[in-house]
Design a protein around this ligand. Structure first.
Ligand SMILES: Nc1ncnc2c1ncn2[C@@H]1O[C@H](COP(=O)(O)OP(=O)(O)OP(=O)(O)O)[C@@H](O)[C@H]1O
Ligand SMILES: [Mg+2]
Length: 389
């Protein structure tokens, strides 16, 4: 996904400067650390509701501060064999850390190591620490701690997360076989919707995630989804404001058109992006695929020709599902995706409404599969218990 990331970057430096002024200081390893970070501190008055940096101050003690040496040891010197991914931020390694009090089993973790420390990289790292330090939801990845060292031997910024053994939704939709079954796809999207609903509606401040895409939906041992990558997250508008103005960053093919055009960011931008990923799980195609014929390269342009209430709709369904899905539930999901993709941002559903619609689609899919199971059982009992082909 790296190649499409951060395509729309307008006026990045101006924005970075503006945003960095609200950043708090983090607990650091070396004396010189704090000087780099305290430059970004502010003593501005605290608005109501409290901002993420303010909420972070109350919770920062929950995060463990690692030394660079600890994380180097945890990954055997950032060994290539332990590398599990590479994103725009840098490499991700599987590692093992000892528990904080030294008692109990070692803990398997994922360690993200920032590649080069430009202002943007540092800003994203700090945003991620602050947002993930504040939020707490079963569908958001847990940040266990971080490492921040500005020493004579170099500048290091790392993040330590709970390890997600089933990698990302992107991996399973586009890279791996066997493919994800229909109901699992819906359940993953329901969990992701609940994570986003919590960000939009369940906190003191509205949080706009801004980077929803299949590679940021990580899967635990039982395929429960958790959103990762909070480097682009922003606090939503407060009071009478309708939007926050930002530089346009995100991943090509996913961003809402009004956001790309104006830089005005709202929670509805996340909802548009959710609609794009709904079409990815229906079709098994990425938001943008350059190796397809021109008319099929942009997923949203292609699916427009196959509306959910038309007979043609089933033609866009992922062939890897091998017809093992409920068509009526798929049509419902198609309509839901279209409502998320409404050009008029205000008319898009809220994330909790999206979650409710997905629950109904899952219910419908369960009914279809249980009636298929019943028919199967009846025919096998008629066959004297032999398997019907
Ligand atoms: N907590 C984690 N547990 C297990 N694997 C992870 C974890 N975090 C990230 N990964 C793996 O590392 C890969 C790279 O993640 P990363 O977020 O850096 O990049 P990306 O999402 O692919 O791209 P981008 O930088 O555009 O967001 C992920 O796709 C995933 O497979
Ligand atoms: Mg990511």
């Amino acid at each position: 996904m790296k190649c499409f990331s951060m395509i729309f970057i307008k006026d990045r430096s101006k924005n970075a400067k503006r945003e960095s002024r609200t950043a708090p200081e983090l607990r650091n390893q070396s004396k010189s650390d704090s000087s780099a970070l305290s430059r970004t501190r502010t003593s501005s008055s605290s608005p109501s509701p409290r901002s993420i940096p303010e909420l972070y101050k109350e919770k920062e003690h929950n995060l463990r501060v690692f030394s660079f040496q600890e994380l180097r040891d945890a990954t055997h010197g950032f060994n290539k064999l332990l590398k599990i991914g590479e994103g725009g931020f840098g490499g991700v390694y599987k590692g093992t850390i000892s528990p904080l009090n030294g008692k109990g089993e070692p803990v398997v973790v994922a360690i993200k190591k920032l590649n080069t420390l430009g202002l943007q990289g540092h800003k994203e790292w700090l945003t991620e620490v602050q947002f993930l330090g504040v939020v707490n939801h079963p569908n958001l990845v847990k940040l266990l701690g971080y490492c921040s060292v500005d020493g004579e031997r170099g500048i290091h910024r790392l993040l330590v997360y709970e390890f997600m053994p089933n990698r990302s939704l992107e991996d399973h939709l586009f890279k791996r076989t066997p493919t994800l079954p229909w109901k699992t796809r819906l359940e993953i999207m329901l969990g992701a919707a609940q994570g986003l609903a919590y960000l939009h509606e369940g906190l003191e401040v509205k949080v706009i995630y801004r980077d929803f895409k299949s590679s940021n939906v990580l899967l635990d041992e039982s395929f429960k989804p958790k959103l990762s990558d909070f480097g682009l997250a922003r606090e939503g508008p407060t009071g009478d404001r309708t939007h926050v103005s930002t530089a346009v960053v995100g991943t090509y093919g996913y961003a809402a058109p009004e956001y790309v055009k104006t830089g005005h960011l709202t929670v509805q931008s996340d909802i548009w992006t959710f609609g794009v990923v709904l079409y990815e799980i229906l079709t098994g195609r990425r938001a943008v695929e350059r190796n397809r014929p021109t008319s099929e390269q942009k997923l949203l342009d292609w699916v427009k020709q196959f509306p959910p209430d038309s007979k043609k709709f089933s033609m866009i369904m992922d062939p890897r599902l091998r017809n093992s899905y409920s068509l009526s539930a798929a049509q419902k999901v198609g309509k839901l995706a279209d409502s998320c993709l409404n050009k008029k941002a205000k008319e898009r559903p809220t994330m909790s409404q999206v979650a409710e619609s997905l629950k109904e689609a899952i219910q419908e899919s369960s009914e279809v599969s249980s009636s298929v199971d019943k028919a199967h059982l009846t025919s096998s009992s008629r066959n004297g218990g032999r398997r019907s082909k």
